[in-house]
Write a protein that binds this ligand. Structure first.
Ligand SMILES: [Zn+2]
Length: 152
């Protein structure tokens, strides 16, 4: 497997496919059932009924971002994370929780300040960060490092 290959789970048959990163944009298909493989390119809201499945089925890095409209730091972090989700599509999936609207995840993960970030790799919890780093570029670097971190 080349370093540039991305693991994508087929939404139809759940088989893991390896797709070369440059081919990601040319509608790759599942090697097993030929269903088109899709990768999220922007953050999606976390949903109670699908959250655990989404986490366990995602073979790469998954970031859960807790935000609040009232927090200026969240407004700083959100476009950075959206940009990462687009730039590292296939490697990174982002689920978003608005703590003003959704208390389920807030209580489940005991989030008391925003923004807060939880990171999973291949379905396993890796690390969390509560609050924004002083320098916003550190946030991007932190996520990039976690995406590139493979020895787990
Ligand atoms: Zn398939």
């Amino acid at each position: 497997m080349s370093e540039r290959a991305i693991k994508i789970r087929c939404s139809n048959c759940l088989v893991l496919n390896r797709v070369e990163e440059p081919k990601l944009g040319s509608s790759p298909r599942c090697g097993s059932c030929k269903t088109e493989l899709t990768v999220p390119r922007q953050p999606a809201y976390a949903r109670q009924d699908t959250f655990d499945r989404e986490v366990s089925y995602w073979p790469e890095t998954l970031l859960v971002m807790f935000t609040s409209n009232a927090s200026v730091y969240c407004r700083i972090a959100e476009p950075l994370i959206s940009d990462l989700a687009a730039r590292r599509a296939g490697k990174l999936k982002v689920l978003k929780v608005d703590v003003d609207d959704d208390s389920y995840f807030k209580e489940r993960f005991k989030v008391t300040e925003t923004p807060a970030f939880l990171v999973f790799k291949a379905g396993e919890f890796v690390i969390r960060m509560d609050g924004l780093m002083k320098d916003k570029s550190e946030l991007v670097q932190w996520v990039e490092n976690l995406i590139n971190y493979t020895s787990y």
